[in-house]
Design a protein around this ligand. Structure first.
Ligand code: FPP
Length: 240
């Protein structure tokens, strides 16, 4: 349970690498896709907990640019799952005040997936209780390359003086331009790496790795993560 004094230290933005769906399924003799389906339940639980705790931004790493290399059957099942969830959950999310946004290169998705995402973004555009950012066909390096390409284009057209380019210019060209940097990045399943997720944005994020597999990630786990975050001493390179 998060105590009153810790309420003051609720992270504004929590980002999660939802890992371990496949292992969760394999441990139960199930297909990997069943692990992803179970992972959707953990998304619902976590979103509910984030709303109750007053988190304003929740970013979920749902599909990386590298995930296209998985077996076609798994990729297809994931695409189907994203479409079904995003379309099916939009009315409830809207009712809860959740704004749905996406980061990543959406141009590689089928028209159907792109439409489902755009519809959900449009339908929830005026919601302001929590912004749920889905990282889909996302990787940091790809995001940075796309941003640099856009900036180089502006420079070539004479719209941007190279000497004026600074951190703010680059941050404003990233997919995440409209969101604050994550305060807390959680990765489930015991792997201790960032796997190309929000590398620029996580420069000063608190990192938390838990052995819990994503489908088992519960409200209690989320609270434990917030409690650990509240104990961290964030100095941003300064001294106390
Ligand atoms: C990583 O686990 C998980 C994924 C690549 C997919 C995550 C997707 C979901 C949880 C569904 C969420 C849906 C929405 C709408 C956000 P893994 O498969 O790499 O697990 P493993 O490392 O144990 O194999």
């Amino acid at each position: 349970m998060v105590t009153t004094s810790e309420q003051k230290r609720i992270p504004q933005h929590v980002a999660i690498i939802m890992d371990g769906n496949g292992r969760w399924a394999e441990m139960r003799g199930k297909e990997r896709c069943e692990g992803h389906a179970a992972g959707v339940e953990a998304v619902r639980t976590t979103l509910g907990a984030a709303l109750r705790r007053g988190v304003k931004y929740l970013t979920l790493y749902a599909f990386s640019t590298e995930n296209w290399g998985r077996p076609a059957e798994e990729v297809d099942a994931l695409m189907e799952l994203f479409c079904r969830c995003v379309a099916g959950e939009t009315p409830e999310l809207r009712a809860q005040g959740v704004r749905i946004r996406m980061i990543g290169d959406r141009t590689r998705f089928s028209e159907g997936v792109q439409r489902a995402l755009a519809d959900a973004e449009r339908a929830t555009a005026d919601c302001d209780r929590l912004t749920l950012v889905l990282a889909l066909n996302y990787s940091s390096r790809d995001e940075i390359v796309r941003a640099v390409r856009a900036l180089a284009g502006r420079a070539a057209r004479g719209e941007l003086a190279p000497a004026s380019l600074d951190e703010r210019t680059l941050a404003a060209a990233l997919d995440t331009a409209a969101y604050p940097d994550p305060d807390l990045v959680i990765r489930t399943s015991g792997e201790c790496r960032l796997s190309n997720f929000l590398l620029w944005q996580s420069s000063y994020a608190e990192l938390l790795f838990t052995p819990v597999l994503w489908p088992d990630f519960s409200e209690e786990e989320f609270d434990r993560a917030l409690e650990e975050y509240a104990r961290r001493d964030r100095r941003f390179g300064l001294v106390r």
